[in-house]
Write a new protein. Structure first.
Length: 168
């Protein structure tokens, strides 16, 4: 069975569905907060022109999901599946961001649980790339069971820390 990169996933707090072009304004309203990006390698992503490129790449990736609060229907962020490798039985989850109003940890945890549960129907291992200066994301990875397994260059040639979660 081929990996479904854009499923609809529902939890108590969050609903994830495929990202669509008409989602730009709602998602940018979340992403326009500079504090979301302050530790991120692309810390200017809050700027509309920069975010337009990020959004375009998300749509083109074929694996982008938008996060919607289950209680009030508000767009609260997004994430992606990327780099499915059937031989390694591995996929990457990344490009995740959430509105600061949802930074309590429970929203990120549920988003990742939904995505991991889906991924483990198809693969044995999920990796996450995190910028070395992004301490907030490193802590979040550790809270959900991510184990740091090394580092490598990301798609733009920058060093990233590699975290892994296995199906076991």
């Amino acid at each position: 069975m081929p990996f479904d990169l854009q499923p609809i996933l529902e939890g108590e707090l969050i609903r994830l569905r495929p990202l669509r072009p008409e989602d730009f304004c709602h998602l940018y309203a979340v992403a326009s907060d500079p504090l979301i990006w302050e530790q991120h390698p692309n810390n200017d992503r809050y700027k509309e022109e920069v975010f337009k490129g990020f959004f375009r790449e998300a749509l083109e990736s074929g694996g982008a999901l938008i996060a919607i609060d289950s209680k009030d229907g508000q767009v609260i962020g997004s994430s992606r599946f990327h780099g499915y490798d059937s031989e390694k039985s591995e996929i990457e989850i990344g490009w995740t961001f959430l509105a600061r109003s949802r930074w309590s940890g429970i929203y990120n945890r549920e988003m990742k649980q939904l995505m991991l549960r889906h991924a483990f129907r198809f693969v044995n291992s999920v990796i996450f790339l995190v910028g070395p200066q992004n301490v907030r994301s490193q802590r979040a990875m550790e809270k959900i069971g991510g184990v740091r397994v090394g580092s490598r260059l990301d798609g733009k040639g920058r060093e990233s820390l590699v975290y892994r979660i296995t199906a076991s």
